[in-house]
Design a protein around this ligand. Structure first.
Ligand code: SF4
Length: 262
């Protein structure tokens, strides 16, 4: 009997399984994860339960949504680091602090290093996993541009993921960082972008088209992926125009979308 995957393209996906390793330990509120649970086009359940034709099996490892806790959950991160979850899409949620600008302590971390007993900082996880990820996605305005934490005067020195890794970063699949801003991220924007990447990982779609801000576009069209694509573009345009806003509005706008490049 033909599988759903084979009926879509005439051939099965290139890989049987793809993992999504999602860290919410940037400075943020987990709101993007919660927002994505409202997605309908497609829903996160449809993707994970195999209801989308052509997709490989998708395993989601997100600390807010996982049934595993503690070391059992952390094991997925260690396995990704060891190359045992290949391929995996690395999703970063929350703003990236600068751990180099203080004398002691840490700004953000997830898990404890079993050898040193010290927290593993969020920056260290990004350093460990981003170079091994099939694709790297910044979910939400905090991860994309730094968000409210990147306000002037914030002692954490927060920044967006592309500012941390470099805007010329490429994943092992030669994909730039994929930015999906929004506070919180618009659910269908995120899921349609994730779906595109999953199809690409399966070898069923070409390289994801990204504009200069690393926003995913509909192939061949000047519009962004997802039902909320225009909303996302309008917000990004507003981000770029913020310098033209009157001082009071500019201040309020910076509270919400601080440190937008460009
Ligand atoms: S972008 Fe908004 S929803 Fe997402 S972590 Fe930041 S404050 Fe929370």
């Amino acid at each position: 009997m033909a599988t759903m995957a084979s009926t879509l393209s005439g051939r099965p996906p290139d890989v049987k399984e793809v993992h999504i390793v999602w860290i919410t330990a940037g400075l943020g509120c987990d709101g993007d994860t919660i927002s994505v649970t409202n997605a309908e086009q497609p829903s996160i359940e449809d993707v994970i339960l195999g209801a989308i034709p052509g997709l490989p099996k998708v395993h989601l490892h997100n600390p807010v949504l996982a049934k595993e806790v503690g070391n059992e959950f952390m094991e997925y991160f260690y396995r990704a680091e060891r190359g045992e979850l290949d391929p995996f899409i690395f999703v970063v949620e929350g703003s990236i602090p600068n751990e180099t600008i203080k004398r002691e302590g840490y700004w953000a971390a997830q898990g404890t290093d079993p050898e040193t007993g010290q927290p593993i900082t969020t920056c260290e996880w990004i350093d460990r996993l981003a170079p091994k990820a099939w694709a790297v996605v910044a979910a939400g305005t905090c991860a994309t541009y730094g968000g409210i934490h990147a306000m002037e005067g914030n002692p954490t020195g927060c920044m967006g993921l592309a500012d941390y890794l470099g805007w010329d970063f490429r994943s092992v699949a030669d994909i730039p960082i994929v930015n999906v801003p929004g506070c919180p991220v618009q659910p269908d924007n995120f899921m349609e972008t994730a779906l595109y990447l999953l199809y690409q990982a399966a070898g069923l779609s070409p390289m994801i088209p990204l504009d200069e801000r690393r926003l995913a576009q509909v192939p061949g069209q000047d519009r962004l992926l997802g039902a909320g694509g225009q909303l996302q573009r309008d917000q990004t345009r507003l981000d770029a125009w913020r310098r033209r806003l009157p001082e009071r509005r500019r201040y309020l706008h910076r509270l919400h979308h601080a440190r937008v490049p460009g």
